[in-house]
Design a protein around this ligand. Structure first.
Ligand code: ATR
Length: 499
């Protein structure tokens, strides 16, 4: 079972002890990053392992490997020697591990480590990319044979991530530490067990994470249920880009946890759809959510699709079947359930609705408004796109600036905002700055970050009832869960899912 290691990057040993105390229940071992310590404190590191009740790794990382140690190699070796060679006879009071880079060739240091019971982690860091022969490099790190080889590499895209998973095939029996740094590598930290990695490094979020892409121990243990992940854990995930603000991982992982399901849901920032599909195959994902900008680009990868996917031309849910991927669209029902809950009634008959935007999200909205027998006007910056979306449903359409605003007066029982204008970080955006709300419109914005866009705030200030996209997000995820797990979402959990 892979372990959770807390990297301690305080300036003093005292500060590190406090941090460890705070996270103790989530971690199995600690890494003392002596390169972060004040120079005076570095003289005292030998005492540190005796002060804590878990095994400690000693690391003095130099700047060229991403660390903070500014002195020369001589000073670094002296520091390591003082901690390892003058250690206690009682091995339990010594560092359990010491991280020595592959090019640090000081036999006496290793000898001292072995004598006093500190196991050598033989590491290399690639801050530029992922080595073509990662497996070969890992094997090459073993000199004596009792070391733990460690590779910390920097995937620049999802194909690089795939190459990490592929490299460890055949190295199942080899004790090792493997991780991908940065946003693309986050999944390798969550799925350390899948990589056969001895541990996963974490650091305290409040103190600024020690390395890019690292997770907080609590997040890894609780949100991602790290300690429950074993060979039988089913994997689910989400593909999108940049995927910085997704709420789906906490949602799904919480349900898996509450329902005691051996599964984990992992974010995969995907620079291309193709590499996500390949990685999904390699990791044998059972299901996946698909978000911006891939809801259309995913279509060619589907073996089969639901009628809604075919009609809307967008898919946000993938379910693995023996034949291939089955595609569904849960945005549609998520949207209309939320709208009907907001507007009342069982359909939209007799209601006049303005849909702002004509992109992927608007397609789902238009499909549902038509299904529920509403009449709509589609307003979009690019009028030709509005036309294309409106015509099959016999909806009205216009460009936003060409008299479109006037037309709204005939379609303003409900206004649904589907563009990305106003979303974080561009919160100044407003798709219809010249429109004055009468105060009687029901206004729904599919954006949920921020909670109230500028557009929604203007509507509320004018007296309109408003709703953001969070309720829709939860509702579509509930449908998605049912497709993934082939069982209804547990109703008892609904009240607590509004996270
Ligand atoms: P999504 O899948 O999120 O709907 P999309 O398919 O790229 O994304 O559609 C984005 C929508 O937001 C479109 O309606 C787009 O208008 P255009 O069709 O004219 O591109 C709209 N949109 C995006 N940025 C905009 C901006 N700065 N001003 C007005 N509309 C904008």
């Amino acid at each position: 079972m892979a372990k959770i290691c807390l990297c301690l990057t305080g300036k003093t040993l005292e500060a590190n002890l406090e941090t460890l105390e705070k996270y103790r229940k989530y971690v199995d071992l600690a890494e003392l990053r002596a390169d972060f310590l004040d120079p005076d404190e570095r003289l005292l590191i030998r005492r540190f392992p005796a002060l804590v009740d878990i095994p400690v790794i000693l690391t003095v990382r130099r700047a060229s490997d991403g660390g903070r140690f500014q002195g020369g190699e001589g000073a670094r070796i002296t520091l390591l020697c003082k901690a390892l060679a003058f250690a206690e006879v009682d091995r339990r009071k010594n560092f359990a591990y010491v991280d020595l880079e592959e090019d640090l060739n000081v036999p006496s240091l290793e000898e001292a480590a072995r004598t006093f019971g500190s196991r050598v982690i033989r590491s290399f860091h690639n801050l530029q990319g992922v080595d073509a022969d990662l497996a070969g490099r890992l094997r090459g790190l073993l000199h004596v044979g009792d070391e733990i080889p460690k590779a910390a590499v920097s995937p620049r895209n999802l194909a690089d991530v795939l190459s990490i998973y592929r490299a460890v095939r055949g190295l199942e029996k080899q004790e090792k530490i493997v991780l991908g740094m940065g946003a693309y590598g986050l999944n390798t930290r969550i799925l350390a067990e899948r990589l056969g990695s001895f541990l996963s490094y974490t650091s305290a979020r409040d103190e600024g994470l020690a390395a890019p892409g690292q997770l907080d121990p609590r997040e890894l243990a609780e949100t991602y249920r790290f300690r429950k992940i074993d060979a039988g854990t089913e994997l689910y995930g989400i593909a999108g880009f940049p995927l910085t603000a997704t709420s789906s991982p906490p949602f799904f992982n919480k349900v898996y946890s509450e329902e005691n399901i051996n599964a984990v849901y992992v974010p995969f920032p995907s620079d291309t759809m193709e590499s996500f599909m390949e990685l999904a195959g390699e990791l044998k994902l059972r299901g996946a959510s698909v978000t911006v900008p891939y809801k259309e680009k995913v279509l060619p990868y589907l073996h089969a699709e639901s009628e809604v996917v075919r009609a809307v031309g967008a898919c946000n849910t993938l379910v693995a079947t023996p034949e291939g991927w089955q595609g569904y669209n849960t945005d549609c029902r998520g949207f209309s359930d939320s709208l009907l809950d907001f507007a009342g009634g069982k359909d939209l008959k007799g209601r006049k609705i303005t849909i702002l935007g004509a992109g992927g999200a608007a397609r789902a909205v238009a499909f549902e408004v038509h299904r529920l027998r509403g009449k709509a006007l589609i307003l979009n910056r690019t009028a030709s796109r509005a036309k294309r979306l409106a015509e099959p449903y016999r909806f009205a359409w216009a460009g936003i600036d060409s008299g479109g605003a006037e037309l709204i007066s005939r379609y303003r029982d409900i206004i649904v905002q589907t563009t990305s204008l106003g979303m974080e970080p561009g919160t100044e955006g407003d798709p219809l700055p010249d429109y004055h709300f009468s105060g009687r419109e029901l206004v729904m914005d599919l954006i949920y970050k921020p909670e109230r866009t500028r557009f929604l705030k203007r509507a509320a200030d004018a007296g309109c009832a408003v709703r953001n996209g969070y309720d829709m997000l939860i509702r579509q995820a509930v449908y998605q869960y049912a497709f993934f797990m082939k069982t209804e979402f547990p109703a008892r959990l609904l009240p607590q899912m509004r996270i």
